[in-house]
Design a protein around this ligand. Structure first.
Ligand code: MG
Ligand code: MG
Length: 247
């Protein structure tokens, strides 16, 4: 991957800020009784107010600006008439484009009161993302990121999804290299300052096995156990990793 210039990083920070604002507004809108289509509308409102565009809407025909993935849905749930209930968990993944530069990030949260088991899954998944980010240091390798994520997840007794991975990001939402959420330290491509990557652990309470449903998008856990997803877009800088998708 080419080294991003200071001006390119500035634009990616702006795209990241729009994504972070979508997250903030959607988090505030999640409550029992809300539909996932209503959460998508909140995301659309932020994008239009900020004069950004969506990199999700129309992506291979995807019909919305967010992916909304409740409970056993791992990723790529399509927003619609599904009503969130007290005790559910919901993963929201969304992105934005500013001046041709992309941001992409995801989070999982509870709807109202959730079980301590569900909250622990969410907390471990978020912690695994931050362990991966901490490994994003110039001179390390792609495998160091995945190894750090995998260690946190498996130490907690959970499974790392392997079929879906993180990615380079910049002029397009998905660029090379792939960034798996598993791996061995010191393996894979070398990390260097000026790289921009999206790291996105998908963590299952039960087995790692996934199943693609008949709509061609929605990916669920094969054992119907809960799954959580966190993602940030991160720049590797001379001073360490910088999270671009946060306010
Ligand atoms: Mg992504
Ligand atoms: Mg994403």
């Amino acid at each position: 991957m080419a080294r991003r210039s200071a001006d390119e990083l500035r634009k990616m920070r702006e795209a990241g800020r729009v994504v972070a604002e979508m997250h903030e507004r959607i988090r505030a809108a999640v409550r029992p009784g809300v539909t996932t289509a209503q959460l998508d509308a909140v995301g659309r409102d932020v994008i239009s107010r900020r004069g950004a565009t969506s990199n999700f809407l129309g992506y291979h025909g995807f019909p919305a600006v967010i992916c909304a993935s409740p409970n056993d849905v791992i990723v790529h749930g399509i927003p619609g008439s599904i009503i969130l209930d007290e005790g559910d968990i919901i993963s929201i993944d969304c992105g934005a484009v500013v001046d041709g530069w992309h941001g992409d990030a995801a989070f999982t949260m509870g709807v109202g009161e959730i079980s301590s088991e569900a909250q622990r899954l969410i907390d471990v998944t978020e912690a695994s993302l931050h362990a991966g980010i901490a490994a994003m240091v110039s001179g390390n390798h792609i495998g160091d990121i995945g190894a750090a994520v995998q260690h946190v997840v498996e130490a907690a007794g959970y499974s790392v999804v392997q079929e879906y991975v993180g990615h380079g990001i910049g002029r397009a939402m998905h660029e090379s290299p792939e960034v798996p959420n598993y791996g061995r330290p010191g393996t894979g491509g070398k990390l260097h300052s000026g790289m921009t990557l999206a790291v996105e652990p998908m963590v299952n309470l039960g087995t790692a096995e996934t199943f693609l449903t008949e709509d061609g998008w929605t990916v669920v856990t094969a054992d119907q156990a809960l799954s959580a997803h966190f993602e940030h877009t991160i720049a590797i800088t001379d001073h360490g990793p910088e999270i671009l998708t946060r306010l």
